[in-house]
Design a binder for this molecule. Structure first.
Ligand SMILES: *Cc1c(COP(=O)(O)O)cnc(C)c1O
Length: 456
């Protein structure tokens, strides 16, 4: 029966961000999950070391979350948010406004990180139009940034291997550099931060008259390789946006809801964005709800008599879905009662020690980047020269397959291993996961280095 399902998956499915030739060679079908573990149809268990792609908070089958959905089901599963609202969507909006940066007072729902970014882009664009400054219609994007896979989000994305193909479809945006300290010439955090800020200032000084908004991930570039921004960078960007009258759109899709050790990553620097996108952890990793937050000033620019044509004409079928909002509400309640954010700060320290003890010393580990429980381990061919492995070696991918064999799932970005366990992972679970990672890195990099050595 398991083999029938595998055959069926190969025959009918096309998976996201997946070369299906790879899938056919290494198929996997998950059947159930409990806590921080997933189980496949053959009964093999895996640690969910990437929180099912950066979503999961309390582990799988969390009793309170399961019950919140069941209870909501007894009332209604879904009704629309077009021109009306529902009970959990309204209650959730109030709770969300309480925990977001103070200036963000309005909640616009959608269903994925990409849509929440599309909405932020369109709001920013139309805001300037509505207040009679329609020359401000371009965007500044950060190099190496990632905001989702719809065309608007891709247009402000800048990861070549994902985005290059769609070049002709995208609207053009200005690109500003982001400090990637490990690979910067000086290797100095302050210096590369200041250079990037100077560069951005020049761009804004020259072009701010036509710039509507700037987009930036909050404190960590995720899909771009878990690149943690040096202290003072995000707040520096905020200052420049204010100075040049450019709206700041902060993408908290990956970093929001405790992941980095603060409720939102922009809280690390007290940054108040004009628009903020969030998703992933909002429902504890249960259901597709995302939000775009904005300020009263932006909201008011759309508020007028209908015939003035200032309405925000945007919506999705499942916007404000009751099941999703109900589970998100329960998720937020658990954040308080189980002190999740404080827990992440403690776990982050444990993890930091584990990295030093188990991972840092390995011969092909070039850089370890961590903010809270959001971590990237960059593998390199040479620690001294920081030279990368040849791309075609697919070392990151091979290490992830080895980890799978050893009972842990995570997806790398290139040769950067991603470690983003569920926020509620215990010390022992973190330790077990790091030991699996250590073994996989050792085995695979040794084999790869040997074959590279023998070619030379
Ligand atoms: C995952 C992610 C997105 C896209 O979210 P989806 O729900 O996959 O559409 C956007 N921005 C960042 C920073 C992300 O990590």
């Amino acid at each position: 029966m398991a083999s029938d399902l595998i055959e069926s998956s190969k025959k009918h499915l096309w998976l996201p961000f997946t070369q299906m030739k790879d899938y056919d060679e290494n198929p996997l079908i998950i059947e159930s999950g409990k806590g921080v573990k997933l189980k496949d149809i053959n009964g093999k268990e895996f640690y969910d070391a990437f929180s099912s792609v950066w979503l999961n908070v309390h582990g799988h089958r969390k009793k309170e979350l399961d019950e919140a959905i069941k209870n909501q089901l007894d009332k209604i599963a879904h009704s629309t948010l077009l021109g009306m609202t529902n009970v959990p969507a309204t209650e959730l909006a109030e709770k969300l406004v309480e925990i977001t940066p103070e200036n963000l007072t309005r909640v616009f729902y959608s269903d994925s990180g990409a849509t929440s970014m599309e909405i932020a882009l369109k709001m920013a664009f139309q805001y300037w139009k509505n207040i009679g400054r329609s020359n401000k219609k371009r965007f500044v994007a950060m190099r190496n940034g990632y905001h989702g896979d719809t065309i608007g989000a891709v247009s402000v994305g800048a990861i070549d291997i994902f985005h290059h193909v769609y070049g002709a479809l995208m609207f053009e945006s200005y690109k500003a550099p982001i400090p990637y300290v490990y690979r910067s010439e000086s290797g100095d955090a302050k210096k590369s931060r200041d250079e990037c800020l100077q560069n951005l200032e020049q761009l804004l000084e020259e072009n701010h008259e036509e710039i509507a908004a700037l987009t930036i991930e909050s404190m960590v570039q995720g899909a771009g390789g878990m690149i943690v921004m040096p202290e003072g960078f995000l707040s520096g960007v905020r200052e420049l946006c204010t100075k040049y009258d450019v709206l700041m759109i902060v993408d908290e899709v990956a970093t929001g809801f405790g992941r980095t050790g603060k409720m939102f990553a922009c809280d690390h620097e007290g940054v108040q964005p004009d628009l903020m996108a969030a998703g992933k952890g909002l429902t504890g990793g249960y259901l597709p709800i995302a939000v775009t937050f904005t300020t009263e000033a932006i909201y008011e620019a759309f508020y007028d008599d209908y015939e003035k044509m200032k309405t925000f004409f945007h919506g999705h079928s499942y916007t404000g879905n009751q099941l999703g909002c109900a589970v998100a509400l329960e998720n937020l309640r658990l954040f308080q009662s189980e002190r999740i954010v404080e827990g992440v700060q403690e776990s982050a320290q444990v993890l930091k020690d584990l990295f030093i003890e188990q991972i840092e010393e390995l011969p092909h580990v070039g850089d370890i980047r961590q903010l809270g429980l959001m971590c990237g381990i960059e593998l390199v061919s040479s620690k001294e020269t920081k030279e990368a492995f040849p791309v075609e070696k697919r070392v990151g991918y091979k290490v992830s397959l080895k980890m799978r064999e050893l009972g842990m799932l995570t997806r790398p970005v290139g040769d950067v291993l991603v470690f983003m366990p569920p926020l509620a992972s215990t010390k022992q679970e973190l330790r077990d996961m790091i030991l699996i990672m250590r073994e996989a890195i050792q085995k695979v990099t040794k084999e790869e280095a040997d074959t590279i050595g023998s070619i030379i």
